[in-house]
Design a protein around this ligand. Structure first.
Ligand SMILES: C[S@@+](CC[C@H](N)C(=O)[O-])C[C@H]1O[C@@H](n2cnc3c(N)ncnc32)[C@H](O)[C@@H]1O
Length: 289
C-alpha cells in the first residue's frame, strides 16, 4: 500500500505516468465486475471506461488495469470499489428534467394523494438514482408549492438514493450554479433559493430538510424499506441495465409500492407490459392498480 502511495506521489510530482491500453481480457473482467455488482452494462463503452480510468490508474501508481483491478477486488475497506463506481457512473441531470412528469404530478398524482392519504397525511416518495439532487429537490419544491399553507400538516419527505458517494455529497451541499435555475419558475427561484454570489445559489433549509439522501445500490437483494411508496422515480438509470436486470428491478419497485401509486421512468425508457403488473398511464408513467 505504502509503495503505491509513494509511487503515486512520485508520478504526481513527475506529472503522472501512462499505462498501456486496456486489453480485451481486462475489459471483459471489468465489465463483468460492474455488471454483477451494480447492474450497469458497460460492454459497448470501452472508450468511456478507458477515458475515465486510465489517467487515474496511472497517477495512482499502477502499471496496468490488471494490477488496479486486483487492488480493487482485494481492498478490504471497499473504498477502492466506491471510487471506481464514482468514476464510471454517468450523472447528468438538471432541475425540472422531463417537465411532463411534474405536470402530471401537479395535475393528477398529487391531487389524488391529497385525497387518498388525507387521514394519515403521510406521503412517501423515492427518487431512485438521484444523482446530484436536482430531481429530488424538484420534487420537494413541487410538493411544497402544491400543498402551500397546508404543507406543515403533511409528512412528505423524499428519499433520494444513489450508488455514487460523490454525487450524494454534491446533493447534500445543495449549492447549484445560478444558471442552472433558469428552467425553474420565477416564484420557485425566489422562494426556495438564496444567492451565495453571482454564480451560485443554495437551496433553503426548509427544502433541504425535506430530502433524505442515502447511498443505496439498486442491485441489492433486500430493499430495506419498512413502508411502501406512493411515488417512485427511477429515471435515466435503467438505460444502463440489461433487460433482465431492469425487469427484476421494476418488479421490486412494484412490491414496494402502495396500490394507486406511480412509477416514473425516463422518457427514453419503457416498462414492458407483459413483464410487469404496472399499468401504462401516460408516456413514462405507470401505475400500480
Ligand atoms: C443519469 S443519472 C439520472 C439522474 C436523475 N434520475 C435524472 O433523471 O436526471 C443516473 C444515476 O443513476 C445512478 N446509478 C447507476 N447505477 C446505480 C445502481 N446500481 N444503484 C443506484 N444508483 C445507480 C448513477 O450513479 C447516476 O447518478
Amino acid at each position: 500500500m505504502y509503495h503505491k502511495i509513494l509511487s503515486a506521489l512520485f508520478l504526481h510530482l513527475k506529472g503522472g505516468g501512462t499505462i498501456r491500453e486496456i486489453t480485451e481480457a481486462e475489459f471483459s473482467k471489468l465489465v463483468g465486475f460492474i455488471k454483477q455488482n451494480y447492474g450497469i452494462n458497460l460492454l459497448q463503452k470501452k472508450t468511456l471506461v478507458h477515458g475515465r480510468l486510465s489517467n487515474y490508474i496511472a497517477q495512482s501508481g499502477f502499471i496496468s488495469f490488471s494490477e488496479y483491478f486486483s487492488y480493487v477486488e482485494n481492498d478490504p475497506t471497499g473504498k477502492a470499489g466506491v471510487t471506481l463506481i464514482n468514476k464510471l457512473t454517468t450523472n447528468h441531470t438538471y432541475f425540472l428534467r422531463e417537465p411532463q412528469h411534474f405536470k402530471f404530478l401537479e395535475r393528477v398524482a398529487l391531487p389524488q394523494f391529497a385525497a387518498t392519504e388525507h387521514a394519515t397525511k403521510d406521503l412517501r416518495v423515492w427518487s431512485a438514482g438521484c444523482s446530484t439532487g436536482e430531481e429530488p429537490y424538484t420534487l420537494a419544491m413541487m410538493i411544497d408549492s402544491f400543498f402551500g399553507t397546508e404543507k406543515y400538516r403533511w409528512d412528505t419527505k423524499v428519499l433520494a438514493t444513489d450508488i455514487s458517494t460523490s454525487v450524494l455529497e454534491t446533493a447534500k451541499n445543495a449549492i447549484y450554479p445560478t444558471q442552472q435555475l433558469e428552467l425553474l419558475p420565477d416564484s420557485w427561484r425566489v422562494k426556495y433559493f438564496r444567492k451565495i454570489n453571482v454564480e451560485a445559489s443554495v437551496l433553503t433549509e426548509a427544502i433541504r430538510r425535506e430530502v433524505i439522501f442515502r447511498r443505496f445500490n439498486l442491485m441489492n437483494e433486500i430493499f430495506p424499506f419498512k413502508k411502501k411508496f406512493h411515488l417512485i422515480l427511477c429515471r435515466n438509470v435503467m438505460i444502463y441495465f440489461d433487460a433482465e436486470t431492469k425487469r427484476e428491478l421494476i418488479n421490486k419497485f412494484y412490491e414496494h409500492m402502495e396500490p394507486g401509486g406511480y412509477l416514473f421512468v425516463g422518457h427514453s425508457e419503457s416498462v414492458n407490459r407483459y413483464e410487469s403488473k404496472y399499468q401504462f398511464v401516460a408516456p413514462a408513467v405507470y401505475r400500480k392498480v
